[in-house]
Design a protein around this ligand. Sequence first.
Ligand code: ADP
Ligand code: ZN
Ligand code: MG
Length: 478
Amino acid sequence: MKDYEVVIGLETHIQLNTRTKIFCSCKADSWEDEANTNICPVCSGLPGTLPVLNAEAVQKGALLAAAMHAEVNPLSRFDRKNYFYPDLPKGYQITQFDEPIGKGGYLDLKMADGTKKRVRIHKLHLEEDAGKTKIEHGTRLVDFNRCGVPLIEMVTEPDLRSGEEAAQYLIQLRQLLRWIGVSEADMERGHLRCDANVSIRERGSQVLNTKTEIKNVNSIDSVRQAIGEEAKRQIELVESGGKVESYTLDWDADRNKLSLMRSKETEADYRYFRDPDLLPVKLSREEIAGIMAALPELPLERQARFVTEYGLSEYDADILTNERSLSDYYEAAVGAYTGEPKAVANWMMNDLSRMLNDLGKTADQLVLGPKALAEIIQMIDDGKINAATGKSLLKKVEESGSRPAEIVEKEGLGLIADSDALRAQIEAVLADAPDEVANFKAGKESLLGWFVGQVMRRTGGKADPKRTRELLLEMLRK
Ligand code: ADP
Ligand code: ZN
Ligand code: MG
């Protein structure tokens, strides 16, 4: 068998998290609403209505284009894509055809082995979503709630080479969308949907062979599996003397199977033309500059900075920049703490992460703020509390909203560092162990550890270990 490589280009549909739909004032997110309760004459396509463009959708679309390093188009236009389907009440979808909001660009993927892989973006365009249909008891039902929800369709160049790379693209795109705040990017809710174009060729070849398009690969696992299955099918077909035909395939995630939907329609079938009801979208040089300025530091940039600025490992920096709120929290905590930044990283990656998981919260939703975390770690460093108390404080601060020091004070959780108090405890221990004291004095100094242990037991672990040692030596050597 020849050595084949898989060539993949992805088309993703991203639901922008605007307050209202793209051309009317219905709310954009109606996930929990009953069918056809979130519609109006505009989005349900009644004759005589006119679309009014939502500026927030343009802003968020342009911000995404900028984050993808695309060229933000100062003049983009809306077109009608004509087709007949029951979920499309107007008989056409408003989209952008030849003058999209963003052209070119790329997303740099970080691969598991630490290497980077650049995936070029062909274009990004704004469009409205269609409705949904389903069959119930033999009747086809249609729900228009989703009609007019703002989408960005983003198309890559055929730069991906495996199902795993395609999965990474989706994972890292999802992270970026949340990071810049343009989409909730929840795949289960259809905020991020994907069609995969797949072809094969002999490794080393540069030709683009006939591809198939797999629709509805709407989870990370589906992307991996569907592409793997399709590549296998094409290779077997070609190896047995057949030819790949330009099909549209459907991925059935319940049965992990591909099925043929139709032989693919061509662009001409859609009879694209400019939408006469909408003006061109103009973005002035100042507006584009404003969008660029609003772009936050991106995940990979921040990750690299965490390594150089805080001396973190790549691994730690990767985890702490998984989510923007987590990385903001980290920086704020490091800023409030005088010790090593690595100590804060350890706390966040272990105890704090566990707490976030248990509570189902993101870092910005915690009552326990970054300053409180820094204060807890600092108290351990300063010998005011022990590590176990520090851990228990996380939960106590989260539940009460009190400052860590207040809780330590109120509940008497502090270590006993006061010399008189410690001396009294040590005296009691020594009085109870005359044999050990005699042995120590006779030269068995290794007993020191045992004495420290006894003091800890008497004080329920609250004796400051360093101070205890010092005082023990002083008193035993007297
Ligand atoms: P179509 O005309 O079928 O819509 P496009 O050229 O618009 O095809 O590309 C759609 C998607 O398919 C893009 O993501 C592109 O990168 C990808 N693509 C194009 N040609 C190939 C190919 N031979 N193999 C795999 N993917 C491809
Ligand atoms: Zn509406
Ligand atoms: Mg196309």
